[in-house]
Design a protein around this ligand. Structure first.
Ligand code: ISC
Length: 351
């Protein structure tokens, strides 16, 4: 992996954009190293490169392959060391988030919507941040996640290990997932509660209905328990055949942001979040990944996108960690806060 990181250091020194990433259950890490510092918007669905899109969907950027050097290397990490840290939070953060959840519950109980995802941003002080070590820890600790480090001088540096696929397109075959509901690995034997099952079913229904106009042969797996680090979620695999290969960008538009990160109905939930959450999600809960390209394959329209969860933005000596959870009429504000604390561990462990 030396080649990948020496290229990364050289990009950072010159303040040039790059992304390095490793896909779920893959044995390689890939890098796109842009040769100039232009900030490209994803304007045409025919562009090829690595996209980085915000939650609000107002800015979709791309590192184009045509302007980048591509590297793919074997993951050769035998062991990693990581910092142990005390689980900690401030009373203020707890109260603020619990108030937000109570507001969301009240709104849902008024009948305007059935689910809204509440999130917060926690500032985590960095002692000796080392991007190479952090990336290697993610690759080692989270084999089933999509791990990445993205940098652009006008955006900053983001890192994440997300368990959620937004859309994979292989010729005309597409797949996605409905992921929601959270418990810790210690609760493996405990049955999923009704609240979690309903929350996840909402995501499955939304995705199936949104895909309907664009696909044939839609199939759903049974919901099953999926492990992401020390957390467990309920997941349904969804597959279908695209009626028209050119409809890929429309499918992304209808899916994003899914009720796993936004809510239902989508537009109502998104507006409510923007008005009430009290901070900017930025690229958290946006999406990212390969757009019309596959490493080592020229001229492909294949696409592999993930939702930007379990992520942070590095700013000087601070990591801004973004965490959220799905709120329904039965949510308990304190338990939802604890859920965000548990989710924040995924990132704290690798910093
Ligand atoms: C919004 C997040 O997680 C989503 C994905 C899986 C489970 C979730 C939940 O149980 O609330 C969330 O919908 C996050 O990690 O910030």
């Amino acid at each position: 992996m030396t080649e990948l990181f020496s290229k990364l250091y050289s990009q950072l020194e010159q303040n040039l954009p790059f992304v390095i990433y490793s896909k779920p259950n893959d044995h390689v890490s890939n890098g796109l190293f842009q040769q100039n510092d232009t900030l490209h918007e994803l304007e045409s669905e025919n562009s090829s490169g690595f996209v980085f899109a915000s939650f609000y969907n107002d800015v979709n950027y791309i590192i184009p392959i045509a302007e980048s050097e591509l590297i793919s290397v074997e993951n050769t990490i035998k062991e990693v060391q990581y910092n142990e840290f005390e689980q900690s939070f401030t009373q203020e953060a707890k109260t603020d988030f619990e108030n937000l959840v109570s507001l969301f519950v009240k709104e849902i109980r008024s009948g305007s919507c059935s689910k809204i995802v509440a999130s917060r941003c926690e500032k985590f002080e960095l002692k000796d941040f080392d991007v190479e070590k952090s990336f290697k820890r993610m690759v080692y600790l989270y084999p089933t996640a999509f791990k990445y480090c993205f940098f652009h001088p006008e955006i900053g540096m983001w890192l994440g290990a997300t368990p959620e696929q937004l859309l994979k397109v292989n010729n005309n075959e597409i797949s996605t997932v409905a992921l929601a509901g959270t418990k810790t690995i210690n609760e493996l034997e405990k049955e999923w509660g009704e609240k979690e099952k309903i929350e996840q079913q909402l995501v499955t229904n939304f995705i199936s209905e949104s895909l309907e106009p664009f696909v044939d042969k839609l199939t759903l797996s049974e919901p099953y328990t999926y492990q992401a680090g020390k957390l467990l979620h309920i997941k349904t695999d969804i597959k279908a055949i695209l009626k028209d290969n050119n409809h890929k960008d429309k499918v992304v538009q209808v899916l994003h942001p899914t009720p796993a990160v936004c809510g239902f109905p989508k537009d109502y939930a998104r507006d409510f979040i923007i008005k009430n959450e009290g901070y900017a999600r930025d690229f958290y809960a946006g999406f990212l990944g390969e757009w019309n390209f596959k490493i080592n394959e020229k001229h492909t329209t294949d696409t592999d996108l993930f939702v930007n969860l379990r992520c942070c933005k590095i700013e000087d000596q601070v990591a801004k960690i973004f965490i959220g959870c799905g709120i329904t009429e039965d949510s308990n504000p304190e338990l939802e806060f604890i859920e965000t604390v548990n989710k924040s561990e995924t990132i704290k462990k690798i910093l």
